[in-house]
Design a protein around this ligand. Structure first.
Ligand code: CA
Length: 233
């Protein structure tokens, strides 16, 4: 199970950036653009962690934080607050309100993800170690790294998600349409040949050390992560 991160932030570009990076890092994400929407989403499904912007329209981040802490079901929900530079005074108020950590804007997605992982490790050790393996392939979801034997493989976020999908369903054949839907997201207008191009790049990265090909092309069907039937090249 991927940890669910609810991002409460009213700026769409930042929402988009965070969703993209969090998902590439192995998290599931949900988006709320104001405090009220966040409350509704939390009632529908409790996230594993909340990234909460300080400055929100209507219900402010700090007020939302306070409310969540008062309710028994969300009293221990991990919360990371996003705050603008120089709001040291607010920072103290936020800690009193019960946020677990603070990240000051502007920040890099990598920094925020590291903090998300640190908070989750602290509150839920079960999230600490997550490794997917297949044959001599190893994907460390926590560190966001991939290895073939001892060789580290560097992948783009999309290649990482694609490989992760295969690793979660080894041996199963997926059509291009299924892969588009599950890896790229069905709302994106992407052509099927994008799948082929990404598979080609992923295959090249995985096999760069001269190892056997682990991605099987099933003619007229799609692709699968497979060892037995894989041939080199
Ligand atoms: Ca804001």
């Amino acid at each position: 199970m991927r940890p669910l991160v609810l991002v409460v932030e009213d700026e769409p570009p930042l929402q988009k950036l965070l969703a993209y990076n969090l998902e590439a890092a192995g998290f599931e994400t949900a988006q709320a653009f104001d405090g009220e929407e966040a409350v509704t989403l939390i009632e529908e499904r409790l996230p594993d962690i909340l990234i909460l912007d300080w400055m929100l329209p209507q219900l402010s981040g700090i007020e939302l934080c306070r409310r969540l802490r008062r309710r028994p079901e969300t009293a221990r929900l991990p919360i990371i607050m996003l705050t603008a530079r120089g709001e040291e005074h607010d920072r103290l108020r936020g800690l009193e309100t019960g946020a677990d950590d603070f990240v000051t804007k502007p920040f890099s997605p990598a920094e925020l993800i590291a903090r998300v992982r640190a908070v989750l490790r602290r509150v839920r050790p079960a999230f600490a170690e997550q490794v997917l393996t297949f044959h001599d392939l190893r994907m460390d979801l926590t560190a966001h790294r991939v290895f073939r034997s001892e060789r580290e493989i560097h992948l783009s976020p999309t290649e990482f998600r694609l490989l992760r999908h295969f690793l979660e369903h080894p041996g199963r054949v997926f059509t291009r349409v299924q892969l588009l839907d599950r890896v790229w997201g069905s709302d994106l207008d992407i052509e099927r040949r994008t799948v082929d191009a990404t598979i080609r790049r992923l295959r090249r990265a995985l096999n760069a050390g001269g190892d056997a090909d682990l991605l099987r092309t099933v003619r007229a069907e799609g692709y699968a992560l497979d060892h037995k039937l894989a041939v080199a090249g």
